[in-house]
Design a protein around this ligand. Structure first.
Ligand code: TXA
Ligand code: MG
Length: 325
């Protein structure tokens, strides 16, 4: 079920099966990106609406250069080429016009496609061994917390997938940053593992998604949510939020913040003070708190710089209004 056999994982993909695999951001639930049937299986296992597109993962080209995108995407803007030349392999997904190799089900019927080259060595080995694009959403059930270890994947989807490639804990810990290039100027659809400032240094200021931007389910108001109720507040508002909360309450905050709070009537969950460490540990923390049976998580929002923008985004969405239907 879980192991490090890349050849086995690649042969499962070649037969149309599903394999979970590690990337530097989160674990993906992979299937053949060119296969309508494999994409349909991914949507079924994940419990995700079929109109929500999957990202196509590709192996790097020779000498660490970006791969040839022929067949996967078309009309690639010069600015996108410049960005991926620097960002790949790494935690960046670009949305481009869809090429003919991508199964229509993979893109949820859209004429655009999300493409990314992961840096995790095991992901690259798998992509090379398979020799084609792998469609993969995060390997969790729709709306839940993304997995950052093989154990998380087994916990969420273990009985429904053929194999989990175990590459240890993810080094980035939040999903890739998504930039849309399909409509001309680059638009930020989802903050993520590549900081906005690093992207803007190459392509200039990123516009924010507007009504015409392609829909991205990872940007629904409620997403990335654990079972516990999450309340995301600024650091200084944590004590009053704790005072107002009922049930078993935990505080999720950088460790140094706890030095300020004496006798806080809540369980303390200490995240590293640095923003990269916070991102790396965020999802495991939310999962741990669920496992401990916590009712309410008061989460301190980090500053929106570096990976703090992605951490804040995920906390706000974990705290978003829930559709109970
Ligand atoms: O880091 C990541 O991106 C991870 C790893 C496994 O690569 N994958 C991931 O996939 O987070 P998923 O499916 O959980 O989130 C992908 C997001 C969704 O919000 C989806 O709507 C958006 O990417 N997306 C994919 N293709 C798109 C497209 N053609 N147009 C607009 N949004 C797209
Ligand atoms: Mg996801």
């Amino acid at each position: 079920m879980k192991g490090t056999d890349v050849a086995k994982a690649a042969s499962i993909l070649a037969r149309g099966g599903l394999v979970a695999f590690p990337t530097e951001t989160v674990y993906g639930l992979g299937g053949d990106a060119a296969s309508e049937a494999a994409a349909a299986k991914i949507f079924a296992v994940k419990g995700r609406p079929r109109a929500h597109p999957l990202i196509v993962h590709l192996a790097p080209g020779d000498h660490g250069r970006p791969p040839r995108l022929d067949g996967w995407a078309r009309e690639i803007p010069e600015l996108a080429k410049r960005l991926v030349a620097v960002a790949w392999p790494g935690p960046l997904t670009v949305i481009l016009k869809r090429g003919p190799r991508v199964a229509l089900a993979t893109t949820g019927g859209a004429d655009t496609v999300g493409v990314r080259v992961p840096s995790h060595p095991l992901a690259q080995e798998l992509l090379r061994a398979f020799g084609s694009g792998v469609a993969a959403p995060s390997a969790n059930r729709f709306g839940g917390v993304s997995p950052t270890t093989a154990e998380h994947v087994v916990h969420d989807l273990g009985s429904e997938i053929d194999y989990v490639l175990d590459g240890g804990a993810c080094s980035v810990g939040v999903e890739s940053t998504i930039v849309d290039f399909s409509r001309g100027m680059p638009v930020l659809l989802r903050p993520g593992g590549m900081a906005r400032s690093a992207i803007e240094a190459i392509v200039g200021p990123l516009a924010l998604a507007d009504a015409g931007a392609p829909a991205a389910p990872g940007t629904l108001a409620s997403h990335y949510a654990p079972r516990a109720v999450v309340i995301a507040v600024d650091l200084q508002d944590v004590p009053s939020a704790v005072a107002a909360a009922r049930g078993t309450v935990a505080v999720l905050a950088p460790e140094s913040a706890f030095l300020l709070w004496v006798d806080l009537p809540a369980l303390a969950y200490r995240l590293p003070d640095d923003l990269d460490g916070m991102a790396r540990n965020l999802y495991a923390a939310l999962r741990d708190l669920d496992a401990q049976g916590v009712d309410v998580v008061i989460a301190a929002l980090p500053p929106a710089i570096g990976l703090g923008e992605a951490v804040g985004d995920r906390l706000r969405r974990a705290a978003g209004p829930r559709d109970k239907s």
